[in-house]
Design a protein around this ligand. Structure first.
Ligand SMILES: Nc1nc2c(ncn2[C@@H]2O[C@H](COP(=O)(O)OP(=O)(O)OP(=O)(O)O)[C@@H](O)[C@H]2O)c(=O)[nH]1
Ligand SMILES: [K+]
Ligand SMILES: [Mg+2]
Length: 429
């Protein structure tokens, strides 16, 4: 096993940069630069020297194999965050025997292989590193904390008990089985099924937190949609003009609104039109507005044609700075910024409402595994009801469900998944 090293903190200038070394030669390698090593988990100030040449003065931190992230002996060198310092220390490490630069995600991969974390936690960690909003951070932390693994373990032991009960009836098929196991088996399966179904129901919300909440601004031409988008984005993302029918393409702006990742869409003004190009723009607007998680109807005193608001959509009156504009409910002015905070709060609370159902299942991979488990459990239930003759099939289906759930945390069939998951990691993680 090679010893790997990499810059663990972000590239570029910084106050302190952390270089991580992990593997069987981590301690000897660090000792050869630092002279001596502090006790594990104790920070020690050391001069890093290569061939009499001082590289830096660094804080050295060692972790024993049983108490490190990777499950291997690990050393962190906290060096000055100059690009030249980092480059010099990395170069010195590259010249030491048995050491090589880590591949993307390799520290985490070793943590997984050494059983320090499970596959769902790897994904949680990847999401945490990518998290840009408060909701994404919380969700990633929930997954990283190992809750998926704990749940999977719960399901696993219930299904193993069910399978064991059934297998007992197979073993004693020729004898009189003293008790009918079916009621207990069915109740175990029903509980797991209910739990899995609940998790599936929360998938949409969890995915929304991860991928972002799509919000379409819609309304009649010249309602001020593009001006509003620009005001929310804080930049001139869309062209605005007094000419009705300015916006044709759907303009997308990604932003953090109220702690949620939001993809805000500016769309063509809705009206009946003879203009072919404007008509295409309106079709696109309607299509995206239908698919969006939420629509903000920007009003100008008249009803918006061609599109009906759905329950939960936001109705807001525009150009509230103009005299004579009715400002009874929610109203906003993209021009002066009046009412923007209230609108943002409203969008945030709609997003929070939908996010509240989020469960532990955050990825398509999880959804698919739970889907497979549910199908297998349904068949198992059917076979159990069909009587003791079908015990073999019932047991096979139960084992299928267990395998599907095991793949959530990476107990089986993981090799092909690993490369895909780790390819999104950066070096040093
Ligand atoms: N007074 C005032 N004028 C506004 C406001 N918002 C937009 N306008 C003006 O209204 C006109 C239309 O604004 P846009 O933002 O282009 O409107 P739009 O809804 O995107 O229009 P289309 O893309 O053509 O559908 C422009 O002349 C803007 O300056 C506002 O809040 N107050
Ligand atoms: K316009
Ligand atoms: Mg526009």
């Amino acid at each position: 096993m090679n010893t790997i090293y990499a810059l663990a903190s972000a590239r570029g200038k910084s106050g302190v940069a952390v270089i991580r070394i992990s593997g069987p030669d981590a301690f000897p390698a660090a000792r050869s630069l630092a002279g001596s090593l502090p006790e594990p988990r104790r920070a020690g100030l050391r001069r890093l020297v290569e061939d009499g040449d001082i590289l830096d003065e660094a804080v050295v931190l060692c972790f024993a194999a049983d108490a490190s992230f990777t499950g291997e002996e690990t050393v962190e060198l906290h060096v000055h965050g100059a690009t030249a310092t980092v480059a010099a220390v990395l170069a010195a490490l590259s010249r030491l025997p048995g050491l090589r630069l880590a591949e993307p995600g390799e520290f985490t991969r070793r943590a997984l292989e050494n059983g320090r974390i499970d596959l769902a936690q790897v994904e949680g960690l990847s999401d945490l590193i990518e998290a840009e909003t408060e909701a994404q951070r919380r969700q990633a932390l929930r997954v990283l904390s190992g809750k998926v693994g704990a749940k999977a373990e719960e399901w696993r032991s219930a299904l193993i008990r069910a399978a064991a009960l059934i297998e007992a009836t197979i073993d004693f098929a020729d004898e009189d089985v003293p008790v009918d196991v079916a009621p207990e088996v069915l109740s175990l399966i029903a509980d797991v099924r209910a739990d899995l179904t609940r998790q599936l129901a929360g998938y949409g919300a969890a995915e929304m937190i991860r991928e972002g909440f799509e919000v379409a601004i819609v309304g009649r031409p010249n309602a001020g949609k593009s001006t509003l988008l620009n005001a929310l984005a804080g930049r001139e993302a869309a062209i605005t003009s007094e000419h009705a029918g300015t916006t044709r393409d759907v303009i997308e702006v990604r932003m953090d609104l109220g702690g949620f990742a939001v993809l805000l869409l500016d769309t063509a003004g809705l009206r009946e039109t003879e203009d072919v190009v404007e008509g295409i723009g309106i079709e696109r607007a309607l299509e995206r507005a239908e698919l969006a998680d939420l629509r903000v109807f920007l009003g100008d005193g008249e009803e918006t044609p061609l599109l009906q608001p759905r329950e939960g959509d936001i109705m807001v009156q525009g150009k509230s700075d103009l005299a004579g504009v009715m400002t009874g409910g929610l109203s906003v002015s993209g021009k002066t910024g009046e009412g923007l905070d209230a609108l943002v709060a409203e969008i945030g609370s709609r997003a929070a409402e939908r996010a509240s159902g989020a469960g532990l299942i955050t990825r398509e991979r999880h959804r698919a595994a739970i889907g497979r488990a549910l199908v297998a459990l349904e068949s198992a239930e059917l076979e159990v009801r069909n009587g003791p003759d079908r015990a073999e099939l019932a047991s096979e289906n139960l084992r299928g469900a267990i395998r599907a759930l095991d793949s959530l945390v990476g107990r089986v069939d993981v090799e092909d998944l690993l490369d895909q998951i780790f390819s999104s990691f950066c070096i040093g993680k």
